[in-house]
Design a protein around this ligand. Structure first.
Ligand code: ARG
Length: 445
């Protein structure tokens, strides 16, 4: 008699297998390259402490290099019945080399192996995100400088408020990215510590040379305490997710502004025709779908820290299989953010602004504060000047002077583009991405 929904002609063990392996055979492909590079460092260290012979090391390294080639060629698969990337690589080595392949796992557990893979992979991803964020930053600053003398309305409460400029608008998003980069740098530095050697979470009786693997892999340091190293699973992902969310928050706000300012009712900016999409019924439509999708995708990325936390938050110390599920939300997020950054940079660089928007009299009143300030500068106390201009407006006597003279730091007339650029460049330089890259290149040989 069938008493379980899932009980058919399959044995329960196969179902358990399916459930516990989950999406690892697909998702672990993201980690394949890092898994092999991590193994190269691990076995190099094993040889140095006498757990592998020199010729065994050479043979294994040669084979791992060949597996790396398979991965780079896009031909690596995790076979049916094989649980994860770690098992697949070990299987390939034992198939090709016999017993020597079985030696690579001394002093290691899949727990520190997957920790290491995630850190090596994430490190690389952060670098790519940083590059694309910088590219968007550059486009924004270019547009900011190009249109620094073109005024636009500024709003509070979505009510016409004070003069702003396209220079300020583009430049604001550039500066926002410079701040976001601080989070990315912090996340990178925390990710860039070596967990290898923590094994199942409690170290090993082999005299592992963890300084050596730290150096070989170009980590800034190690996670010293082996229990803490294992606690990094989930913590690293959460911290990096916060950094991604910070960037995504900037991009989604920009996307909303761009959609709104592109609407006919605002008409401040014009998205290039080739970047808009049409309607199946309304022949005149040029919709800003790219920015709408960007907005939604970036909002989704802003939920990533919460997703990671909901999965791992209340776990005690030590490894749990729960952690495997984080990969499902964490790994795909980088590609999505990369896509949004690229699209946004592409459109921003082609965006045209409406240089005559302020000819429209509906914006006249935003020059009221300029008038108050002019009177105040000429000696009228501010509150009296405010009242006088207010009464003129009510009586329909207000005529705007449309040229503005803002000179202080960060204002329409003084954007501080170079100083903002210096902040961004300093933060990027302090990441020292090149160290990890050089170490990996050397290890691969
Ligand atoms: N797929 C597992 C993960 O992502 C790998 C570690 C398995 N370790 C274990 N003790 N079952 O967490």
């Amino acid at each position: 008699m069938i008493n379980k929904l899932w009980q058919k002609n399959v044995t329960p063990t196969a179902e358990i297998e399916r459930f516990t392996v989950g999406r690892d055979r697909e998702l672990d492909l993201f980690l394949a390259e890092s898994d092999v590079i991590g193994s190269m460092a691990h076995i190099t260290m094993l040889e140095s402490i006498g757990l592998l012979a020199k010729d065994e090391l050479e043979t294994l390294l040669r084979e791992l290099r060949s597996i790396l080639g398979t991965i780079k060629a896009g031909e690596f698969v995790i076979e049916e019945g094989i649980e994860d990337v770690h098992s697949q690589v070990e299987l390939m080595l034992t198939r090709r080399l016999g017993d020597v392949g079985k030696k690579i796992h001394s002093g290691r557990s899949r727990n520190d192996q997957v920790l290491l893979d995630l850190k090596l992979w994430t490190r690389r991803q952060i670098r790519d995100i940083a590059d694309l964020t910088k590219a968007l930053f550059d486009e924004l600053q270019t547009q900011s400088e190009r249109y620094k003398d073109v005024l636009m309305p500024g709003y509070t409460h979505l009510q016409v408020a004070m003069p702003s400029s396209f220079g300020l608008w583009f430049g604001a998003y550039a500066e926002s990215l410079a701040d976001d980069m601080l989070f990315l740098q912090a996340a990178y530095r925390m990710a860039n510590r070596n967990p290898l050697g923590s094994a199942a979470g409690y170290g090993s009786s082999f005299p592992l040379d963890r300084e050596m693997t730290t150096r070989l892999l170009g980590f800034d340091s190690m996670n010293y305490n082996v229990v803490y190293a294992q606690m990094g699973r989930g913590k690293m992902e959460r911290n990096v997710a916060f950094a991604l969310a910070s960037i995504a928050g900037t991009v989604s706000k920009l996307a909303f502004d761009a959609c709104m300012f592109n609407s006919q009712n605002f008409a401040f900016v014009k998205l290039p025709d080739e970047c808009t999409t049409g309607s199946s019924i309304m022949p005149h439509k040029k919709n800003p779908d790219v920015f709408e999708l960007t907005r939604a995708k970036c909002n989704k990325i802003q939920a990533l820290p919460q997703q990671v936390m909901m999965i791992m938050n209340n776990l005690p110390s030590g490894y749990f299989r729960d952690l495997q599920i984080i990969k499902e939300v964490f790994l795909p997020a980088f590609g999505e953010l990369r896509d949004c950054l690229q699209m946004t940079a592409y459109i921003v660089s082609r965006m045209k602004v409406n240089e005559h928007i302020l000819d429209d009299p509906r914006y006249d009143l935003m020059f009221s504060v300029e008038e108050v300030n002019r009177l105040a500068a000429a000696g009228t106390p501010f509150r009296d000047a405010y009242r006088q201009v207010g009464l003129d407006i009510e009586a329909g006597r207000f005529t705007p002077h449309k040229e503005v003279h803002h000179t202080h730091a960060g204002s329409i007339g003084n954007l501080c583009t170079d100083r903002i650029r210096a902040l961004m460049e300093q933060t990027l330089a302090d990441c020292h991405f090149e160290r990890a890259e050089q170490a990996e290149a050397q290890l691969i040989g």
